[in-house]
Design a protein around this ligand. Structure first.
Ligand code: SAM
Length: 235
């Protein structure tokens, strides 16, 4: 568990768990790790504050690519899910998305076909102390949960889940598909028929800025394309 965030004199972020903290700017003894400005044995200043959920989720064990934070925000705000919403998610991958859904109070079940990634997701959920049901199962074979508010799909062929999702969703419930390529969006649309209403198809581009004295401008690099987000609603 990460307990503190430590910012070094160069502005680099370090995630601290316990024991003495060593960097090339010197050492801070465990007993001196306290919130505020703390000096190392080399008289260098560090900023220290408490870690929270986001610091721990940023450091989860990685396997397959995660659904990005910027995109998760749009999924949550578009679908309106929250406390006690019933959600099925697949594939679990590293459980990044499943963790955020559980964090906002959803009742989450996540499906993962690959045993290795299932173990990674399980470990990450346990470390984050989140209550999520995780199944080492192929979602293409069916969804046993019913009365769902959301079925979220972050896998190769979401069109194979349309029938199952339709049976399991509430009327008006959302199916979201997280798709890196536009050819996947086209294939999904070929299979929708009149069972779902297309709510929207979107992309989220996040551009960070420097605000440092006179250097007030966008950063040179931005996180642009991660995935197309398809939002469908069960009719
Ligand atoms: C890109 S990752 C998902 C990442 C996850 N959303 C996250 O935020 O950590 C895709 C995952 O889907 C899994 N997967 C692919 N087909 C599946 C299926 N039919 N049923 C369940 N999981 C599947 C893969 O094994 C992989 O772990």
């Amino acid at each position: 568990m990460i307990t503190k965030v430590i910012i070094d004199p160069k502005g680099e972020i370090h995630y601290y768990k316990k024991e003495d903290f060593h960097t090339h700017f010197g050492v801070i003894r465990e007993k001196d790790i306290k919130n505020g400005i703390v000096k190392s044995n080399l008289d260098k200043e560090f900023l220290i504050f408490d870690a929270n959920f986001i610091d721990n989720i940023h450091k989860i064990k990685r396997g397959p690519a995660i659904a990005h934070y910027k995109d998760i925000g749009l999924i949550i705000t578009t679908t309106g899910i929250g406390v006690k919403s019933k959600v099925v998610d697949a594939g679990s991958g590293c459980a990044n998305l499943a963790s955020y859904l559980a964090r906002i109070g959803c009742d989450v079940t996540t499906y993962e076909i690959n045993p290795e990634f299932y173990e990674i997701a399980k470990e990450n959920l346990e470390n984050l102390k989140l209550k999520v049901k995780i199944k080492n199962q192929d979602i293409y074979q069916g969804i046993s949960e019913k009365n769902l508010d959301l079925v979220n799909l972050d896998l190769l062929e979401p069109w194979k889940v349309l029938d199952h999702a339709h049976k399991s969703l509430k009327s008006g419930g959302f199916l979201t598909a997280y798709l890196p390529t536009i050819t996947q969006v086209i294939e999904l649309f070929k299979n929708i028929n009149s069972r779902f209403y297309v709510w929207k198809v979107s992309e989220v581009l996040e551009r960070e800025w420097y605000v440092e004295g006179l250097k007030v401008r966008p950063k040179n690099q931005m996180l642009s394309h991660t995935a197309f987000l398809v939002f469908l609603r069960k009719i």
